[in-house]
Design a protein around this ligand. Structure first.
Ligand code: FES
Ligand SMILES: [Fe+2]
Length: 387
């Protein structure tokens, strides 16, 4: 069947996901390649669900701002003069020029095209040569504000004003991760991908969350210390899935410190089990978080097309660690080792994106270690069918 066939019966194709993991399969490969499916999931998922934008402390002081493009929509996350976090459209209300770009600190949002000026609350405060325009009322003009919610320091937005709040849906995760004191973590580094990310956003999610591929893709790098078979899939009660990967005995960073790596202490509140666990968390649809024993990383991941995604990795640390003399070296080291493992994953997802176009591609039988992929597929299928 050709890509983009609008008449395609997705409901019947998605039935392969099934309501039970035992008989279930993953999403059909076309869900990762077909522009029509992608358009539908933007409409039914990304315009209705809570989407992670980043961390609250990326704009920590009054006037701090960060420009982001989400689903082709230019947005700005900022902290206003009173310390209130806001997410605004940065599309000028005059003739649509983005009023600001990049990141930094500012007192106002000054549109570069004709110098209309907005306050950090989005209100228009100045517009040259508009006095002769009949009916022009600056007070009535404001950059649209996007609904947002902060959960454990992560900023989420929702384009649907009727969507139920996010916090109650994530209570179970908050309980499981309480020891990490997530909301206190500070963002030390953000690393945009320096390569073209030519794969479907869900492919990244699937690859991120399942530990099974350690036996293949990461056989020599991760499997020796974090073997797939020692993984535990957490029972989920909401729009998320979580996996604990236990270090092989004697191989945790505390037990076997890397002589070439500057060591940071484990999370201050971590219990003995967490000190030898690497935890992966996927909050649907677009937040992928990894908990190392001493810091947290997450992806800023925005779909840009059926086979294109914006990806950036952010590194967050407990404030206690940031005060240590070896901190900067540790951050550098973590960045380098992330790139090493990332490249192993990217080699795989790039090839998969092509292979999913094969007429012989089909969702195969799952291993028990792939349960989180099925959880996500079930969540996607529910939303696509519900519409
Ligand atoms: S487009 Fe912004 S001032 Fe004209
Ligand atoms: Fe991987």
């Amino acid at each position: 069947m050709p890509d983009g066939a609008a008449s395609r019966d997705w409901t019947s194709e998605l039935s392969v996901v099934s309501d039970s993991f035992e008989s279930g399969r993953g999403l059909p490969p076309a869900c990762y390649t077909d522009p029509a499916f992608h358009a539908a999931e933007i409409d039914r998922i990304f315009r209705r669900e809570w989407l992670c934008l980043g961390r609250e402390d990326e704009v920590s002081g009054p006037g701090d701002y960060l420009s982001l493009d989400l689903l082709g929509d230019p947005l700005v996350m900022l902290r206003d003069k009173d310390g209130v976090l806001r997410v605004l459209s940065r599309v000028c209300r005059h003739r649509s020029m983005p009023v600001i770009k990049g990141r930094g600190n500012t007192n106002t949002l000054l549109c570069p095209y004709h110098h209309w000026t907005y306050g950090l609350d989005g209100r228009l405060v100045g517009a040259p040569e508009m006095g002769k325009t009949p009916g022009f009322d600056a007070k009535a003009i404001c950059l649209p504000e996007i609904r947002h919610e902060v959960w454990e320091g992560f900023v989420f937005v929702n384009f649907d004003s009727d969507a139920p709040p996010l916090g109650p849906q994530l209570r179970g995760v908050s309980r499981l991760l309480a020891n990490y004191r997530l909301s206190e973590l500070r963002t030390a580094r953000s690393l945009p991908f320096d390569i073209e990310c030519r794969w479907n956003w869900k492919l990244m999610c699937d690859n991120f969350i399942e530990p099974y591929h350690h036996v293949g893709v990461h056989l020599k790098s991760l499997e020796p210390s974090l073997p797939a078979r020692l993984s535990e899939i957490v029972e989920s009660d909401g729009p998320w899935t979580m996996v604990h990967m236990r270090y092989r005995k004697g191989r945790s960073p505390e037990e076997a410190p890397d002589p070439d790596a500057p060591a940071l202490p484990p999370f201050p509140g971590a219990d003995p089990l967490q000190r030898r666990t690497f935890t992966l968390l996927h909050i649907f649809p677009n937040l992928l978080v990894s908990f190392f024993t001493d810091h947290m990383q997450f992806y800023r991941l925005f779909p840009e097309g059926p086979d294109r995604v914006h990806m950036e990795k952010l590194f967050c640390y407990p404030p206690e660690a940031m005060a240590l003399p070896q901190f900067e070296d540790a951050v550098e080291h973590n960045e380098r080792s992330f790139i090493e493992f990332r490249d192993e994953d990217i080699d795989a997802v790039l090839v998969l994106q092509q292979a999913y176009r094969s007429r012989h591609a089909q969702p195969g039988v799952f291993s028990h270690l792939e349960r989180p992929i099925w959880d996500f597929a079930r969540w996607i299928a529910d939303r696509m069918e519900r519409a």
